[in-house]
Design a protein around this ligand. Structure first.
Ligand SMILES: [Ca+2]
Ligand SMILES: [Ca+2]
Length: 275
C-alpha cells in the first residue's frame, strides 16, 4: 500500500549538483492512504526520470505501479524539488494543489510486460503529456530532450570502448546509508545531482556500473530509480540506460536497464521517434 519501492540516489561522495541538466526531472506522486480516493492524502517525489522528447518523460515501471486507486503522476524539472515541496506545504495547500504548483501532470504508461524476469525485467515506463500539458511544461522549464541510443548501439561498441567511455548517473535520490543509533538511514534527496560511475559489464538488458569511491566514482541510491545513466559518445551525452536497482546500502553497484535493446525500443516506439 505504501506504493512503489524506489530502488536505487546519488550518494554524497564524488557527486555534484546538476542544475544544468534541465531534461532530468523528479516523478511526483499524489496518492490516497485512507481508502477514500476522493481525498488524496500524500504528495512526495519518489523516483527520477528524463524527458526524451517534448511530451514524454522516461522512468521505471516499478515507479508507476502498485499504487492505490486514484493515483496521479506529476513531473518537476526543478533543480531543488524538495525545497519547492517544502515551500508549498508550508503554505497549507492540499496534496493536489501542491503537486500542481510544483509539477505538471501527465499520464503514466507502464510496460505491459512488467514485471518480466531476471533476463529482461521490462522495468520501463513513461509519463506522457497532452499538448496542453507539454506546453505548460515548456513554459515552466526550458529543456533539450535527451538523446536515445540507436538499436544495439552498445553491443556494437563492445566492452573495451564502453569501459573507456565516461559514464554519469543523475537523479534526485537519497544518499548512501549512514549508520546511526536507529540503524541505517538514507538522508537527503529531492535535489538533482550527478556523479561519474565506472563501466562494469554489459548484459542482455542491463548495464552494470561501478560506484567505487576510491576510484573517483559516485553512484545511485533510493529515489534515483528511473533516472538516467549517460555515456559520452563522440562528445555527446547518450541516454544509455535507466537506474533500476543496486546494492542495499548504495555503496557499490548501479544496475541499469538498457535503452538500445529490442524490448526497450519496442516499448518506447509508441511514444517517441527512435534514432
Ligand atoms: Ca484519502
Ligand atoms: Ca512523445
Amino acid at each position: 500500500m505504501a506504493g512503489a519501492t524506489p530502488a536505487s540516489a546519488i550518494n554524497t561522495y564524488n557527486a555534484q549538483p546538476a542544475p544544468e541538466r534541465h531534461e532530468v526531472g523528479a516523478l511526483l506522486v499524489v496518492w490516497d492512504r485512507d481508502l477514500n480516493p476522493a481525498t488524496p492524502d500524500v504528495i512526495d517525489w519518489y523516483c527520477s526520470g528524463t524527458m526524451i522528447d517534448e511530451n514524454t518523460f522516461l522512468t521505471a515501471a516499478h515507479c508507476t505501479t502498485d499504487w492505490a486507486p486514484g493515483v496521479r503522476f506529476f513531473v518537476s524539472l526543478e533543480q531543488d524539488v524538495q525545497g519547492e515541496l517544502d515551500k508549498a506545504k508550508a503554505d497549507g495547500l492540499t496534496p493536489e494543489q501542491i503537486a500542481a504548483k510544483v509539477g505538471v501532470e501527465g499520464t503514466a504508461h507502464t510496460s505491459p510486460d512488467y514485471p518480466g524476469n531476471s533476463a529482461d525485467a521490462h522495468d520501463i515506463a513513461v509519463v506522457e503529456f497532452t499538448d496542453a500539458q507539454a506546453a505548460a511544461l515548456a513554459v515552466r522549464w526550458s529543456f533539450t530532450p535527451a538523446t536515445l541510443p540507436t538499436a544495439g548501439q552498445f553491443d556494437a561498441m563492445g566492452t573495451r570502448q564502453l569501459d573507456a567511455a565516461t559514464w554519469q548517473v543523475m537523479g534526485y535520490g537519497t544518499q548512501e546509508a549512514l549508520n546511526g543509533p536507529g540503524g541505517q538511514a538514507h538522508p537527503g534527496g529531492g535535489v538533482r545531482m550527478k556523479a561519474e560511475v565506472g563501466f562494469d559489464a554489459l548484459n542482455k538488458t542491463w548495464v552494470r556500473l561501478a560506484m567505487n569511491e576510491s576510484r573517483g566514482y559516485g553512484g545511485a541510491c533510493y529515489g534515483d530509480s528511473g533516472g538516467p545513466n549517460f555515456v559520452t559518445v563522440d562528445g555527446e551525452l547518450v541516454l544509455a540506460a535507466t537506474t533500476i536497482t543496486g546494492d542495499g546500502p548504495c555503496y557499490a553497484t548501479n544496475v541499469s536497464y538498457r535503452l538500445d535493446t529490442p524490448s526497450a525500443r519496442g516499448f518506447l516506439d509508441e511514444f517517441v521517434d527512435l534514432p
